[in-house]
Design a protein around this ligand. Structure first.
Ligand SMILES: [Zn+2]
Length: 340
């Protein structure tokens, strides 16, 4: 069909100075900058480009088989990747963007986003291209969720590293902020990574994954609640959920880990203030006397991807899933990445 992996097809629309400067100023890995530049220049080997150059007989999208495959279609508009955008948390914001050209759309989206979200959005675009190529060129396909989280993590780690090198904004005490990489607990301990996912309609997914000193998964637990919690409260509820499961499974020594710095600090300081977060903190601390909780640590998002994915496993409010064997493959694949 004339498709070739990684090949570019001549500059179709070109990018202006403004776009060029904008792209090269992004705080993301050079490889991702290069990809965004290729996407915005319209040179990615999508079928509409190949068709125009008489390299294939039609321009129909190989994923959905319905529309013409333009760059924008392949990265965002194709119905076959809708589910990933819906799960990304960007969907509402992107629904108001004008999809006239790739470069103007990317810039509009980036300008609406703040801080780390920019890198995560660009990593999503990169992942959509990788998923599309896997589908077309690979016999054995990687799990799309693993591709997305792997690239998101790579970008987050790069940003963390770069910020550490250039000093970032204000000095942060090393003891407060954990590293970007997951590390195994001590022998005899179970480390529980916890995370919350916010869904439409106030629903919240809680995820907790326990692993031992060999990095082996001990349990994977997910619960979806119908609750209008704030992000901090949801993150605290995820920690409490992790402890609840550890208690049920009669774990001995437990280390808790979360990417929510505010919550980790509040629990470390036993900040029982009279607000909803303070109440969650006291609920969490109550478990400390029931279980041998050794420590609560912060890890950057890149080190908490396993819990992040687990928080999204349940699809129905009120549903709870606990695995102590036969863990979901996407979770085990991500856990393997943590050990590299
Ligand atoms: Zn399509």
């Amino acid at each position: 069909m004339g498709l070739a992996r990684g090949a570019d097809v001549g500059v179709v629309q070109g990018v202006g100075d403004r776009v060029w400067k904008f792209i090269w100023g992004l705080n993301v890995p050079p490889k991702l900058i290069h990809f965004i530049w290729r996407a915005c220049s319209g040179v990615l080997a999508v079928k509409s480009n190949l068709f125009r150059r008489h390299c294939c007989p039609d321009d129909i999208c190989p994923s959905c088989g319905v529309d013409s495959e333009t760059v924008l279609h392949a990265l965002y508009l194709c119905p076959s990747i809708r589910q990933y955008w819906e799960a990304s948390g960007f969907e509402e914001l992107l629904s108001n963007t004008a999809t006239t050209s790739v470069s103007s759309w990317v810039i509009e989206a980036i300008e609406l986003l703040h801080g780390d979200e920019k890198g995560r959005f660009l990593a999503m675009l990169w992942a959509m291209w990788a998923i599309r190529n896997d589908k077309i060129f690979e016999e054995e396909q990687r799990c799309p969720d693993v591709t997305i989280l792997g690239l998101v993590r790579m970008v987050a780690e790069y940003q963390g590293y770069k910020n550490a090198c250039v000093g970032g904004g204000g000095r942060v005490l090393a003891a407060d902020v954990g590293s970007g990489a997951w590390s195994v607990p001590n022998v005899g301990e179970t480390k529980i990574n916890c995370d919350a996912a916010m869904f439409d309609g106030g629903e919240v997914g809680l995820g907790a994954v326990g692993r031992n000193a060999l990095g082996e998964i001990v349990f994977v637990a997910s619960r979806r609640c119908r609750a209008g919690w704030s992000v901090d409260v949801a993150e605290a509820k995820a920690l409490e959920f992790g402890l609840e499961i550890a208690k049920r499974l009669e774990m001995e020594v437990v280390v808790l880990e979360s990417d929510a710095l505010n919550v980790v600090k509040a629990v470390s300081k036993r900040a029982f203030s009279r607000n909803s977060l303070g109440m969650c903190v006291s609920d969490i601390c109550r478990y400390f006397s029931l279980l041998a909780v050794k420590n609560i640590c912060h890890v950057k998002r890149g080190g908490n991807t396993v819990a992040h994915l687990t928080a999204r496993i349940c699809h129905i409010a009120g549903e709870e899933r606990i695995y102590v064997t036969d863990f979901p493959t996407p979770v085990t694949s991500l856990a393997e990445l943590d050990l590299i």
